[in-house]
Design a protein around this ligand. Structure first.
Ligand code: FAD
Length: 322
């Protein structure tokens, strides 16, 4: 049997109710880096049914799929993605009895603001983390010593065959890790979070203070992905490496990847229009005309330097597409 063409797959996707589909869609516009070639096919929807139907068409026609959220943690290759890029846009936020249910397409900051407005404590330290709720669960997003996992009660997801619900333990959350990250074909549709009553004004002040600090570090227009590399758990490091790190660098058992990167001269490094911030060694940004090739080359260079000097393998927090 001949493989269906992209046009044929497009025609089948176009028949799915509530699905918006396009062809040859530049992905740069869907990534905060502003980098990335075209997807053969791009589709988004606000319904679980349409999302699952689109996956079924892709499976039938042998087309590869990838799911994206807000694109704030993605490096998309310059040649784009040969297949179907899917985005789940449902963004409702509901609350009852101290619990909040958030659909995955909701913006994380909207969830934080919603919880604060309801006088519910537990998400305020996530203020300013860009992106969607679905990806925050996928990557167990966090900051200031807390992560979303602490509040997750249930996650509704699709495992490629059926819609299922996991409790917190089944999600296997770790630092920037979850079961969903290890099963790339799983799609998070919604999340239920347990929060506690608190004074809304006090929560707002905490969030606003964090936003002020974050906006100074990551200007809102900066084309970047936040931290490129994960921080390191001190307990995971070889004894001689751990000993080389000054005590005052360690925070909650973690050593910032930035410390290792600084030791190998990362700050201010430039390749093409890709820059390592001169004030933060784990922050790489696109000056405007940067490419994924240069970005990946800088990441590879930094990993090699740290490997050579410390015998240590830095691991990307960013996710690759294409
Ligand atoms: C300026 C800046 C600061 C940042 N600071 C922080 C920080 O302090 N802490 C932190 O944790 N992160 C931080 N990040 C990283 C980023 O905000 C998080 O990784 C965020 O969760 C990504 O959300 P997104 O919707 O943009 O996901 P995307 O970048 O679109 O996707 C990220 C990954 O999630 C997967 N995904 C997306 N939606 C779903 C879904 N519904 N189901 C299953 N998988 C899905 C994608 O396949 C992809 O692998 C920062 C990023 C920026 C740009």
């Amino acid at each position: 049997m001949e493989m269906p063409t992209t046009e044929e797959t497009l025609a089948r996707l176009a028949e799915i109710p509530n699905l918006t589909v396009s062809m040859d869609t530049p992905l740069a516009r869907y990534t905060r880096f502003g980098i990335g070639g075209p997807a053969d096919l791009y589709a988004e929807t606000e319904t679980v049914e349409a999302f699952i139907a689109a996956l079924a068409v892709a499976r039938d026609t042998g087309v590869a799929t990838v799911v994206i959220g807000g694109g704030t943690n993605l490096i998309v290759s310059d040649t784009g993605f040969r297949g179907l890029v899917l985005r789940y846009r449902a963004d409702r936020l509901l609350t009852a009895n101290g619990r909040v249910v958030a659909q995955s397409g909701a913006v994380l900051q909207d969830l934080v603001d919603f919880a604060i407005a309801q006088g519910l404590r537990g998400l305020e330290t996530l203020a300013g983390i860009p992106g969607s709720v679905g990806a925050a669960v996928y990557g167990n997003a966090g900051a200031y010593g807390h992560s979303i996992a602490e509040r997750v009660v249930r996650v509704q997801f699709y495992d490629g065959a059926e819609v299922r619900v996991f409790g917190n333990a089944e999600c296997e959350f770790r630092y920037r890790e979850s079961a969903f990250k290890r099963h790339k074909e799983w799609i998070v549709f919604s999340t239920q979070l347990q929060l506690e009553p608190a004074d809304a004004g006090e929560l707002r002040r905490i969030a606003d203070d964090i936003l002020k600090v974050r906006n100074a570090k990551f200007p809102v227009t900066m084309k970047c992905a936040g931290s490129i590399f994960k921080n390191l758990l001190r307990d995971d490091l070889a004894a001689d490496v751990a000993e080389a790190v000054p005590d005052n660098v360690v925070r909650e058992g973690k050593i910032p990847a930035a410390w290792f990167l600084e030791q190998v001269g990362a700050k201010g490094l430039v390749r093409g229009d890709i820059h390592v911030a001169d004030y933060h060694a784990n922050l790489i940004y696109n000056g405007g005309s940067g490419t994924a090739a240069d970005l990946c080359a800088v990441i590879g260079d930094l990993k090699a330097r740290v490997r050579e000097r410390f015998g240590l393998e830095l691991e990307e927090e960013v996710q690759y597409v294409g």
